[in-house]
Design a protein around this ligand. Structure first.
Ligand SMILES: [Zn+2]
Length: 410
């Protein structure tokens, strides 16, 4: 099925840009009076609208003619979320803002463990429903690929329930959900044994099922003083690599250590990095691991932002994720958060748009999306404006008028 859409006032291809390093807005390829010719779920050609219109007529393609000004860009990719969860942590948020300590919040029944307890109470179907609802909210804002982590189950059975719920949700939403196993989020309070013993049990019992049921090909962990040490995760990751999993890490959020593990094991991404120093930034910049900034967590916790400017200036690759989760990042508004990060870190529009598209795709190991070019998925957003800079300028308030996923309007 052939379809042409246009004319588009400005079409940003995000093509011909490097995966790593700083970017200037002048490097953006912008086609004016453009069109997108699609065949089924893929882009056949992106070009000048009058030329494509003649071609479309000759090929008897369906023509979807736009009236008014539009900016087209690849649809957004959120490469880091925890949108499969039960309960709420509104109490934690209020207590934290009222000056209560991490320990006081934990003693009042808050923290990750609270979400684990709430998530375990839900059935797979209920969890899938909640995941679909969150995914569809993202989809309406133009986020058509969403990474979703487990990590609130923390037993073999409960992690499986979460990952099966994410798979069920993926079949029900038009967004693509990319699942990740985060069983190494923390050692569950009801596990009788050491951190090593917990990780051993997960890798021995859960990893083979993830493979046999094809539930995910990504393994994540939380390397932090309150969670797991770099040494503990290294042997866990070695087992994951031996089974062919891709890796990602919650790294350097409060203390360093995680990003070095990410680099050592060639993880696809190292996420958070708020605490990274010049040493970690230099190592990351030299590696092929994508640094993922999560401004939603900085906004939710009132912490420093990821040193995104320094990472880019040193030559690193930077993606931006929402970290949407009930504890530290409840907002879940990727474009608002990216716009705020840009003002604090002084990121160019080209750097932010890249961080939300092809660089985010690289963080997920996906090569079929994130740019508007022939052969890639026809995933794009149409914003009702004549100037692409309006999108970040309006700090998330300008919404796409049309969201297209795999050649179909949502
Ligand atoms: Zn996270």
């Amino acid at each position: 099925m052939l379809k042409l859409i246009g004319p588009i006032t400005q079409l940003l291809t995000l093509d011909k840009l490097p995966l790593k390093g700083s970017l200037k807005d002048e490097q953006l390829e912008i086609l004016e009076n453009a069109g997108i010719l699609m065949e089924d779920e893929k882009i056949l050609e992106v070009s000048n609208y009058p030329d494509l219109l003649a071609k479309a007529k000759a090929l008897h393609a369906e023509v979807i003619e736009l009236k008014g000004d539009f900016v087209a860009l690849p649809s957004w990719i959120d490469c880091h979320t925890h949108i499969c969860f039960g309960g709420t942590r509104a109490q934690d948020f209020a207590m934290r803002n009222a000056g209560k300590s991490y320990l006081e919040i934990a003693e009042a029944g808050g923290g990750i463990w609270d979400t684990v307890t709430q998530t375990r109470k839900l059935s797979q179907e209920e969890l899938a429903e909640r995941t679909i609802k969150n995914a569809n909210r993202h989809l309406g804002e133009g986020v058509t690929t969403i990474e979703v982590k487990s990590g609130y189950g923390l037993t073999v059975a409960e992690e499986l329930k979460m990952l099966r719920a994410i798979r069920e949700a993926n079949s029900e939403t038009k967004a693509d959900l990319i699942s990740t196993c985060l069983a190494a989020h923390m050692k569950p309070k009801d596990f009788e044994g050491s951190e090593e013993e917990y990780l051993h049990e997960i890798s021995e019992q859960l990893f083979p099922i993830l493979k046999s049921e094809n539930l995910t090909n990504r393994i994540d962990s939380f390397i932090e003083q309150s969670a797991f040490s770099p040494q503990e995760i290294e042997s866990y990751y070695q087992k994951a690599i031996d089974l062919g999993f891709d890796l990602t890490v919650h790294a350097d959020q409060f203390t360093t250590g995680g990003s070095e593990v990410a680099i050592k094991f060639s993880a696809k991404s190292a996420d958070h990095l708020e605490a990274s120093t010049a040493r970690e930034i230099a190592l990351l910049a030299k590696s092929d691991t994508v640094a993922v900034a999560l401004p939603g967590a900085s906004i939710g916790l009132g912490c420093d932002f990821t040193p995104a400017r320094k990472i880019l200036d040193q030559g690193g690759s930077l993606a931006i994720g929402s970290d949407w989760n009930p504890g530290s990042a409840p907002m879940g508004d990727l474009i608002t958060q990216a716009s705020i990060l840009a003002t604090f870190e002084k990121l160019s529009t080209a750097e932010v748009l890249s961080a939300l598209t092809f660089r985010a795709a690289a963080a997920l190991g996906l090569e079929d999306r994130g740019k508007l070019k022939a052969g890639l998925l026809a995933d794009f957003n149409l914003y009702p404006t004549a100037d692409f800079r309006e999108i970040l300028y309006q700090q998330g308030k300008l919404k796409p008028e049309q969201v297209w996923k795999k050649g179909n309007k949502i």
